[in-house]
Each structure stands twice: as C-alpha cells, then as structure tokens.
Ligand binder design. Structure first.
Ligand SMILES: Nc1ncnc2c1ncn2[C@@H]1O[C@H](COP(=O)(O)OP(=O)(O)O)[C@@H](O)[C@H]1O
Ligand SMILES: [Mg+2]
Length: 395
C-alpha cells in the first residue's frame, strides 16, 4: 500500500485524500491548524507548526511520496529532506511557482506565451522602472500573493505613490513585478498531470472572478475550438518544460487584441498568454469532479499511487458551472450550519460540497456547488439563482 503524505489539510488536500482512499493508498496530512478541514475529518492528520522541522521530518518518515496543496510553503526545509521520499511536484517546481519573478523568467526562457514584465527589488528600482515600463501597468508582489492580494493597478505617478505607501506599510521589501495590462476576452485554466512518460490534459475551463476571488468556472469554455487546442497544447508544453511529476494548473489570459510588448500565441482571432502556475489541484478544477470522467484529484492520486493515467473526457453533453460559496453566504443566513432546504427548487444543482470550516468569515472559501444544464448560459444562470436563494436569511 502506497503511503502518501499531503502538506496542507484544507479543502484541496481533503478532496485529494478522498481520491487517494479510493485507490487504497494510506494518507497522512499535515497542517498547523487544528481546525483545518482535514484535521477535523481525518484521523491521520499531523497538527504541528509549519516551521517545526523535526515534525516535518517525522511526517516524511511515514510517507513513500509527499505532495502539497498550496505553494506558499517554505521550500528550504523540504530541500533539506531530499534523499528521503520524493516530493511531487518537485521542490524546484515549488520554488519557481511561489516566486512570481522566477515563474515569469521560466516562461520567458521556455519560449512560452507570457505577458511582458519587469522585475524590481527596491523602491528606487521600482520608481526608475515605472517610467521606462510605460503606464498603465499592474504591480504584483513577487511572494505571497493570491486572490489578488499584493496587487496594484498603476495608471500614473499618483497610483504609484499610493502603491509604494501600501507596500511600505505591509512589508519591508519591494520585490515586485510590473506587468503589461491585457485586454481580457476571458480568463481560463487548464490542468495537466504527468507521471514519468505518461501525461493527460483536462478540457479548458473558463473562469470569472469577483473581487479578485474565483467566482464561477464553466466547462466547456465558450471559446473557438482552436483556442481550446492551443491552450491545452501550451499547458502540456509548460508541464514538460518544468519537468512536472504530479499535477499543474496553468492559468491563462485570453486577450482580444495583442498587448503591445507581450508574447502571446494567436488562436481563433484571440491571443493566449500563460498568466501563472499552481503546482497542485486548483479551485477551478473542483468542476472536474462532476463534469469529467476523472477529477483533478483522481489524476493526482493516480500519479502519487503509481496508477496509470487515462485521458479525462466530459461526462456527456451540456455544460457545468462551479460556483464558490464564500463565508458571506453563511453570514447572510445568520447560521453556523448552512440551510440547504432551497435546493429542492433548484434541480440543475447536481452537487454541493461543504468543506467543514468552523468559522464563517466574509470572503473565506467555505464550499462550492456545481450545476449542469444544456448550455453554459443556463448553467451559469442556475448557479447564480441557487446562490441567491442560499443567501436569503432563513431564520
Ligand atoms: N496583466 C494583467 N492584465 C489584465 N488583468 C490582470 C493582469 N494581471 C492580473 N490581472 C487580473 O487580476 C487577477 C489576479 O491576478 P493573478 O496574477 O492571477 O494573481 P493571483 O495570485 O491573485 O491569482 C487575474 O485573474 C486578472 O483578473
Ligand atoms: Mg491567479
């Protein structure tokens, strides 16, 4: 029986554990939070701080292979454990994907389509680069950003001063990338798995964000078939270039017009760029649990358990829409336990997944659901209607 370790016991780690149990793997999870979803649900969860090198070393001793469910994890202690069980994706992949500058440089060096960027390391460099780069641009901190955190739209000197003030308040260093702005037709993600010489690629998902947090994912994406083909091909090329063993989510921008200095791939009259990489299951990939013959979790579980990969197919005609449920819905209901009684009036909702987080906070990802309908528009409408119904006060 393969012993698999998962660093991180949030919803992604928990759903991966579930897929691993189906392959009869033995799973151990690790999280610092005693209230992490996995810690509350799975007996074999080690609860210890992230900086406890001895606890991490003991955790590794219990595993034949280790993976992680988030990339903001300190790579140095993992490097030190090399020689022990393999880490998949590798520590090198982790280091590249947790550092926006390294990630962009990797894309550029690998000849993959990407948005024009510049890297700065200090306030002086930032001020000097801003004028030369050309307004407007998006400024992103190199480390620790997610869900739009650490990002600033900079149209001119005033915005730049405001961003610098915010950076000064929040952190000591000014390591950032400047990025040219893309005239977005849509955003998409594409998930790839690799295991030795075997590889698979999921259909392309279309993603809509709200307040910088993923709101809806629709599959199949509403793009010309050439766009889907190019995106899948670029996702596979990215995985090969980074020598992936495991799962990689490639986030894409699909632009209407060619950004002036960026290196896009043209497809179906649109321009495709890789935005960023996540070396793990992805929020958008929840939709695969319903829409595809194998889920993103099944795909990674197979790599980790040494089971062959087979190509994912759609589970039939029509479209699926995944919608996140943030803590705001719980707050709107005014209850700890979500009241799902309105589901009886929403037959297009095929699945609801609640992560078991104890405390509902605004903007916190607490669960998701999936709808299935004849068309993407109908699936999206059904998702919006269900979320509105859930958000009505029930007591
Ligand atoms: N260069 C850009 N041009 C247009 N929109 C952008 C650009 N960079 C970021 N965005 C918008 O901000 C969102 C978050 O940026 P992203 O780089 O994906 O960071 P995060 O790590 O927060 O997901 C993107 O999904 C997109 O909507
Ligand atoms: Mg992103």
């Amino acid at each position: 029986m393969r012993r698999v370790g998962i660093l991180g016991g949030g919803q992604l780690g928990s759903m991966l554990a579930e897929a691993l149990y189906h392959l009869d793997a033995q799973v151990t999870l690790y999280d610092a939070d005693p209230n992490a979803p996995a810690a509350l649900r799975y007996r074999d969860t080690v609860v210890a701080p992230w900086n406890d090198a001895a606890a991490i070393a003991r955790f590794f001793e219990r595993c034949d292979v280790v993976t992680y469910e988030f990339e903001h994890i300190d790579a140095a202690p993992l490097r030190a454990l090399q020689g022990g069980p393999p880490i998949a994706p590798s520590v090198r992949v982790l280091e590249i994907t947790q550092d926006r500058a390294m990630e962009k440089q990797f894309l550029a060096e690998s000849g993959l389509p990407h948005v024009h960027f510049a890297v700065v390391r200090s306030e002086a460099e930032l001020r000097a680069a801003a004028g030369a780069f050309g307004w407007p641009f998006i400024l992103k901190t190199i480390r620790g950003g997610y869900d739009g955190k650490g990002q600033f739209y900079v149209a001119g000197h005033e915005d730049l001063d405001a961003a610098i003030l915010a950076l000064r308040e929040r952190r000591s260093d000014f390591a950032c990338v400047l990025e040219e702005i893309v005239d977005l037709a849509l955003e998409a993600s594409c998930i790839v798995a690799r295991s030795g010489e075997q590889e698979l690629v999921f259909p392309l998902f279309e993603n809509a964000h709200s307040g910088h947090i993923l709101d809806l994912t629709v599959v199949p994406a509403r793009v010309p078939p050439e766009v889907a083909r190019v995106v899948q091909e670029v996702a596979l090329r990215t995985a090969r270039a980074i020598e992936l063993e495991g799962l990689l989510t490639v986030e894409f921008f699909v632009g209407r017009t060619r950004a002036r200095r960026s290196h896009g791939a043209e497809a179906g009259g649109l321009i495709v760029y890789v935005n960023e990489l996540a070396p793990r299951p992805h929020n958008s990939g929840h939709v695969t649990r319903n829409a595809c013959t194998i889920s993103q979790y099944d795909a990674l579980a197979r790599v980790l358990a040494g089971v062959p990969l087979t190509p994912p197919r759609m589970n039939g005609p029509g479209a699926w829409c995944m919608a996140n449920l943030l803590g705001d819905v719980w707050l709107a209901q005014g209850r700890d336990q979500l009241d799902l009684s309105c589901w009886r009036d929403h037959p297009l909702v095929v699945d609801v997944v609640l992560y078991g987080k104890r405390e509902a906070r605004a903007r916190r990802k607490m669960g998701h659901f999936v709808t299935h309908a004849d068309t993407a528009d109908a699936a999206i409408d059904a998702a919006r209607a269900f979320r509105e119904a859930l958000s009505r006060r029930t007591m």
